[in-house]
Write a protein that binds this ligand. Structure first.
Ligand code: FES
Length: 108
């Protein structure tokens, strides 16, 4: 059963920006890519960098510590390959962004 929890307000995350939040104890980065919101685990699997402090270009976030790069739409690491992070379902209700951290999804 999905458990969507309010994580942010839409006006806090302008297009092509992101925000790091904590949702039920999980660090999540919420990304606004062309008006669509995506949620991905915010802790870099390399050495724990906070990805939302990184550099966002299109749908790719680059870790601020050692430059690993992730596709925020599916959690796949594009450099280096073979790493990935969970993403989470997102929905918008009114001006609220809700995230379901109980339903993590890992790309193939
Ligand atoms: S902690 Fe993210 S690349 Fe090293």
């Amino acid at each position: 059963m999905p458990q969507f929890v309010k994580a942010a307000k839409t006006d806090e995350i302008q297009p092509d920006t992101c925000l790091g939040v904590k949702v039920e104890g999980v660090f999540v980065g919420i990304y606004n890519i062309d008006g669509q919101y995506y949620a991905m685990n915010n802790i870099c699997p390399h050495l724990g960098g906070m990805l939302s402090y990184g550099f966002l270009e299109d749908n790719l976030i680059t870790c601020p510590l050692h430059m690993w790069e992730f596709d925020v739409k599916n959690g796949k690491c594009v450099w280096p390959e073979n790493e990935r992070l969970p993403t989470y379902p997102v929905k918008v209700e009114g001006g609220d962004i809700l995230v379901d951290v109980d339903s993590p999804q890992l790309a193939e």
